[in-house]
Design a protein around this ligand. Structure first.
Ligand SMILES: Nc1ncnc2c1ncn2[C@@H]1O[C@H](COP(=O)(O)OP(=O)(O)OP(=O)(O)O)[C@@H](O)[C@H]1O
Length: 720
């Protein structure tokens, strides 16, 4: 593609809006939007697969690198506000020092931006002056740019997963609905026959007969309606439970990085899309199919009465459809904006509740309230915008159909006066035309609503199209657990890892060995990569290069499920779950072994504390409202790790809240167990309990004797 191809003459190209799903992918979304604009279309799931960005987000240089790999050339510029209109749009603006947006158009007093976090917005110049940092990036396609589409389609099957046992219910609902429709078709004939047959001939017997007949039809109609509503309730409940559990199960299978890179409110909101999709599908799908069929049948009826008047009815329907389709785009945009604003408000709420202690201690209630209220007001404003659109369009539609109906009655009455129609036929024709308009409009509404569902489908796709953690199942035969007397050895060879292509290496060609049953302390400065190493050893992160072997078998060949089964671990940010202490130690084991629970608690030096509690092992704890001290929580977490009777124990700062004496007792107890121990620690007491120290420094590992390491660190550390 040449530069000339990127000239825009106003038609054809459209800048799409890609909403970021992860906290730090605004840069990626911006490049994606510009690439789509020039013809290489993407969705974010695909972009994310191709270019990983870390939690810390992308710098301008990273964005240029990604753009370069997509065949675009970038020109970074520093400019003043007044020079914005000289930029080649669409281009990327650096915003609020921590964000990127795409500039679509510069107007006299405002600019239009596509903000990956907040949707399409017009920003007044005063606000631009506060947010725009003065750095912009123009991107243009180079000769290597290829126009193509790279999108993952979201099939319904993929979204829903396997839902079973619903076909018979679906068939029942369909049959009941068809019966209802047939009865509905008969109703207009009642008035026609009363007027044309009964009134004209004054036949009272016929009137009684018809009255009785139509009452029976009405009763049947209502019974069937009630039956159908009941079956529908059952249908939607079963679908909802199966579907939600399917998606939850998928969510649980996703790699840790998925959760690390998203705000909790956003994940919850995406999860909530299931109920919207399910509601629309269950309540609308069958009625839509029937609306379509019935619209055709009633149209046939109308033609049988009068062809010319029917054309007028069709004209009315076309006008209605046009208004509805014109409203689609603004509705979709407003809906999308509302969902995102709601997700932001939810994140604010959840975060504030979780961090309420810090909020109080820093006297920041007002700040958090303001942030929450802002997000809520934004969401409500979007809701108001939707209502405004709804009111506007429904008024227009009301006018079209009202005026149309009057004209229709007018013309039909003329036909009666001309003797082409009987009075009864007039009433029946109007009734059928109302039915037709109602049905056909219902069909159009449903089509629009289904299209609107794609929005929720795309949000849900972020979960269901993300690949699950792989290598969970073993690829080789493993030795049985009991065959090993001591914990297995660990061998790390040439291990390299970084959080994203654009991030520096955390570990680079790092190698070390841990002998079976050995106890090593992993030490190193803060941020050197100890926790990262622990996550690699646990298989939570995937090495970019190198191998990790446990008991002589590469961990991914062992299968990560089996590998994690052999490991007990306490990580820095582990939490307790709502339930009893015993539940937490056995991790809600379906058949907990109380002796093992107490033994694990004894080893972890928490048994005494637990039996001193009024409800002993049945004392209730929770993630937030925990009645335990920090040190007690750490010991319960340790007991949870020991309950699993692991072959390897990995502890990441797991005793930081304990006093030295208690830690010494724990270390002694663990020493008696035949497990391989990998302890990440800063404290001398913990380090001294290990046989050996592995120092992580500048991405490499170096082995050292524990005592010599401590003495080298100086008196501060020894007293710690
Ligand atoms: N999810 C992440 N995405 C990007 N970078 C990360 C992520 N997690 C950690 N890092 C970075 O990786 C580096 C190593 O972090 P890590 O938590 O492994 O250090 P550590 O040695 O355990 O530190 P500490 O002793 O303070 O716990 C740090 O620079 C950190 O900022």
């Amino acid at each position: 593609m040449s530069f000339a191809d990127s000239l825009i003459f106003g038609w054809g190209r459209r800048l799409p809006m890609l909403q970021q799903a992860q906290a730090a992918e605004c840069g990626l979304a911006c490049v994606g939007m510009i690439s789509c604009y020039y013809g290489h279309t993407f969705d974010l799931v695909t972009l994310r697969h191709r270019f990983s960005t870390s939690l810390k987000g992308a710098t301008l240089a990273d964005i240029m690198l990604i753009a370069h790999r997509l065949g675009m050339v970038g020109r970074a510029l520093r400019l003043e506000m007044e020079e914005l209109n000289q930029l080649r749009t669409p281009c990327i603006l650096h915003w609020d020092l921590n964000h990127f947006v795409v500039l679509k158009k510069v107007h006299r007093n405002k600019i239009t931006i596509h903000d990956p976090a907040r949707g399409i917005r017009d920003v007044p110049m005063e606000e631009v002056s506060k947010s725009f940092t003065g750095v912009a990036l123009e991107l243009l396609p180079s000769a290597s740019f290829q126009k193509k589409e790279e999108k993952q389609s979201v099939s319904m099957r993929k979204l829903v997963g396997g839902v079973i046992g619903l076909r018979p219910v679906f068939a029942q609902i369909l049959i009941l609905s068809v019966a209802l429709e047939l009865f509905g078709l008969l109703t207009p004939f009642f008035m026609q026959w009363v007027m044309d047959l009964v009134l004209v001939s004054a036949d009272r017997d016929l009137l009684s007969l018809m009255g009785a007949g139509f009452i029976i039809i009405l009763v049947l109609q209502n019974v069937i309606t009630a039956l159908r509503s009941w079956v529908m309730t059952w249908f939607s409940s079963v679908l909802s439970v199966q579907w939600t559990t399917n998606v939850f199960s998928w969510l649980m299978g996703l790699p840790m990085t998925f959760f690390e890179q998203r705000h909790v409110g956003d994940v919850v909101s995406r999860f909530g899309s299931i109920s919207t999709i399910q509601n629309t599908l269950t309540t609308r799908f069958i009625s839509t199919v029937l609306d379509g069929v019935m619209a055709f049948i009633t149209l046939g009826m109308l033609f049988a009465y009068n062809g010319k008047l029917t054309l007028l009815v069709i004209g009315l329907f076309v006008a209605y459809s046009l208004v509805r389709f014109l409203s689609y785009r603004p509705f979709r945009q407003a809906n999308e904006d509302q969902i995102i604003a709601m997700a932001r408000a939810q994140t604010q709420l959840l975060e504030t509740i979780r961090g309420v202690q810090a909020v109080k201690l820093n006297n920041k209630q007002e700040v958090r309230l303001a942030a929450y209220a802002n997000a809520l007001v934004e969401a409500t404003n979007k809701g108001i915008a939707i209502q405004r659109l709804t009111i506007g369009f429904s008024t227009l539609q009301g006018l079209i159909s009202g005026v149309g109906r009057i004209v229709l009655i007018w013309l039909a009455a003329m036909q009666v006066l001309d003797g082409n129609f009987s009075a009864g036929m007039l009433v029946a024709f109007i009734s059928f035309s109302d039915q037709f308009i109602g049905r056909a409009a219902g069909l159009i509404d449903a089509i629009i609503d289904f299209r609107m569902l794609r929005l929720h489908g795309e949000r849900l796709a972020d979960i269901v199209l993300t690949d699950k953690e792989d290598n969970l199942e073993p690829k080789v035969a493993l030795p049985a657990k009991n065959e090993q007397v001591t914990g297995p050895g660990v061998s790390v060879t040439d291990l390299s890892f970084r959080y994203a292509e654009t991030e520096p290496w955390i570990l680079e060609n790092c190698s070390f060995e841990i002998a079976p049953g050995e106890s090593v302390a992993i030490v190193g400065g803060s941020g050197e990569g100890k926790t990262t190493l622990a996550k690699l050893l646990l298989g939570l992160l995937k090495p970019e290069q190198g191998t990790i072997e446990v008991g002589g078998v590469e961990i991914r060949k062992q299968g990560l499920l089996a590998h994690r089964e052999r490991i007990g671990c306490v990580m820095q940010d582990d939490i307790l779950f709502a339930g009893s202490v015993a539940d937490n130690i056995s991790f809600f084991d379906a058949t907990p072994d109380q002796t093992r629970v107490e033994l694990a608690a004894l080893y972890a030096q928490i048994h005494e504390d637990i039996i001193d509690m009024p409800m002993g092992y049945q004392t209730l704890v929770g993630d937030m409202g925990s009645s335990l001290s920090g040190g007690q929580v750490q010991r319960v977490l340790l007991a949870r790790a020991l309950y699993r009777q692991p072959e390897i124990l990995i502890l990441d700062e797991a005793s930081s809240h304990l006093d030295i004496e208690r830690e010494r007792l724990i270390n002694q107890a663990i020493k008696q167990m035949d497990v391989t121990r990998i302890i990440i620690a800063h404290r001398a007491e913990t380090i001294r309990s290990a046989d050996r120290v592995i120092v992580i420094e500048k991405g490499k590992a170096r082995s050292q004797d524990a005592d010599s390491f401590i003495s080298r660190q100086g008196p501060d550390m020894i007293q710690a």
